[in-house]
Design a protein around this ligand. Sequence first.
Ligand code: NAP
Ligand code: MG
Length: 454
Amino acid sequence: MSTFDVINPATEEVITSVPSLSLEETDAAIARAHAAFPSWRAVAPGDRARLLRRFAAIVDEHLEELAQLEVANAGHTISNARWEAGNVRDVLDYYAGAPERHTGLQIPVPGGINATFHEPLGVVGIIVPWNFPMPIAGWGFGPALAAGNTVVLKPAEITPLTAVRLGELALEAGIPEGVFQVLTGKGSVVGWRFVTHPSVAKVCFTGSTEVGTRIMAGCAEQVKKVTLELGGKSANVVFADADLELAAARAPYGVFDNAGQDCCARSRILVEASAFDRFMELLEPAVKGVVVGDPTSEVTEMGPLVSAAQREVVTSFVPDGAPIAFQGECPQGPGFWFPATVLAPVAPGDRAVEEEIFGPVVVVMPFRDEADAIRLANDTPYGLSGSIWSRDIGRALRTARGIDAGNLSVNSHSSVRYWTPFGGFKQSGIGRELGPDALNSFSDVKNVFISTED
Ligand code: NAP
Ligand code: MG
């Protein structure tokens, strides 16, 4: 059997190796999921709810173990990893409430009664990237299972460990065999099979826009349903009337969290021209103050990048002669480290301004007024998230409404709450995860009319 070595990005040591499934093994798993579907959809709503609550409770009991696995496998800081494992628990708990509440409509019609039902789709294939292995997996399998689907899930090849453990915990919780399977292996083999296999009814993909485009095209051949959660180049818009001290203090955490490997990273800071110099003065100590180092330490705020390959990508955005305004420090020696880096001045058209970097590199640009801020924020094919800092709530709300993005925050960088919808405008994706909307994306509406005529 072919296997893949899993590496600790903070030490470059091999942790373990996991199977790299073949096409035949993938097909066999999809067949098991297909076979498990009729009995899973038939589980009474209250019983399915109970199983999901038990799954949540078992995840909670293993929170520390899951968090430590993620620190070792993905280099996440321990405090982030604990939040991420807790997020899986919370998502399961939230959607455990769904089987008993996913109600249809009774619509007035002449000659009878009319009711709608939310029917599960069948086998759902979930493809997960390496940047948030636990939360992104949970946002897929939580609502998919609650809606009555069976799930095959492919973690990123380089970060499979927490997903594999979650698959084991599901069985421990009593989720029946075949209902939730984690398949390790290559995207081009296992992931692509979700697209081409006729028994997979839906693909839920998070990752690069490049691969997402191919997934959508592949799904089109079978008119297969698809949810896409893709890249971002989000703006952090700072108006001169904002609490500049607070905006500058928080800006690093809006982009350097998870070492910038976050689709919601606010990787373009746009500052009103009249406040630009003062903001940069305040930003420098904030950036240099980010604690970078050993991810197992409770005080660490930023760990390494996930892989040598990702460090190469990020490095290419900061070539010799790049306009580095200031830069933090990072450990030397083993590990895929990269310092927090601020680029300014930059110009529209620069690679670092246009492309998703997925590393701890941010550009800072001035804007003239509200209209110019909105124009600049929208000057990207992406539209995932963004922040607006202002004391004028009217202006902040106008700007939020003007930015074409799915997840905006005012005087905050928060994007993700499991009970509110998450997803992208434009090339950042299609569909919504989390919140009440996600259930509908894992089910189809059926309309039934019953005649009451003689
Ligand atoms: P990626 O290639 O899009 O990978 C995401 C997932 O898709 C992984 O599980 C991957 O498997 C799988 N995959 C790859 N090719 C596939 C195919 N042909 N069919 C089905 N599944 C396939 O992303 P990446 O290479 O890891 O990262 C590249 C860039 O994408 C990053 O630098 C970043 O800009 C962006 N990205 C965005 C997000 C986000 O949350 N929006 C997440 C990750 C990356 P393997 O692991 O086996 O390749
Ligand atoms: Mg790739």
